[in-house]
Design a protein around this ligand. Sequence first.
Ligand code: ZN
Length: 372
Amino acid sequence: MRSRSSNLEFPGTRAKWSIDPLSGIFKKLRGALVFFIIFLSVPCQAPAQAQPDPYSVVFSQKITAFDYQGLAYPVQKIIPAAMPGIQEKVFPLTPGRSLAILTNLGKNRGGDLERIASVVKACYRHVENSTGMELSKDVLLYLIELDKIPFSYEFEAKYSAVSNWGEVRLVLLKKDSPLWGNQGSRELSEFLFDTLPHELGHDVLAKIEPLQHDIDGQPSFHTRWFIEGVCELLAKSFSRREFPPAWERFMELRNIGATFRNPLVRRNIFNWSQENQNTMGLESDLYGASWLLAMSWSEKMPLVRFLQVLDASKTKVDGSRLMALLKRETGLNSDGLLESAVRKELAFLRKSEPIQQPHLQAAIPQKVDIAL
Ligand SMILES: [Zn+2]
């Protein structure tokens, strides 16, 4: 998900699902409550003023949840600037890049912040090693602990327009709950092991000048299956290596094992566009299918090399050019690609898929010890 401004309302056909407000990643709801969710995530520039406000970029997010009777849960306002005990801690990532954490976690939680920084650092390394491209921007993370995570909430924060944030994200934590391990915070593990590597994938792909990306309100270039597939490939290979229990959960959320059983997935995947009327269930399955496709073609030609091919293209790369380049480099046309992805999905179903993809393994010098 890359939309900077989204406003989604989901019909009730797939009532067991909700959407992760930060990543757009679908997740199953626990318990019997039924939600429909609208979300907004809008970093935007405030209008010009006579006295320029140094903190002029607004990051806001609104989640409205409904119960099974269609009644909205009351909205809780979360404004970090008004919270007691908010502190900022900055960690260097690789040279020139940094992670800033704005948090109300107590001063005795420095070890947790260090640990988060070490995962973010590993994530940067993973994305850079897997793509052969450099990430040039920083991460700003709002890490807010609350007595209870509200179903409906409105979050708003401002930051300086002159900053170098590539990602601005919010993670809510439940007070006194463990952060790490199998019983740890799902919100935190989703951010660290799924959302962040996925979104950093978008950041590197945006640097490949010839590659055309869908833009809200504009006709589709039909490259979305490829772009989301690469981002999913980066995210899932990171979680698979660093925190397998979370990876298994993400696989289940993506419906891996059944995505291509849905004829709508097979029919729509190569024309999947940013603007669509898909149900949230179909949308989630399309993310899963795009990942399986990316796994399939990247086994024929490593991701690093194919991104170099795209970068070297003398003409703009839309869906048809992309397919022509893939055919030239891997020998797979769209039918062959689909067939190979379906086989890959069956292998997951039979649990015969090896734990790591060999070429990604080769691209990564060593496992980072995160010790979850
Ligand atoms: Zn995405």
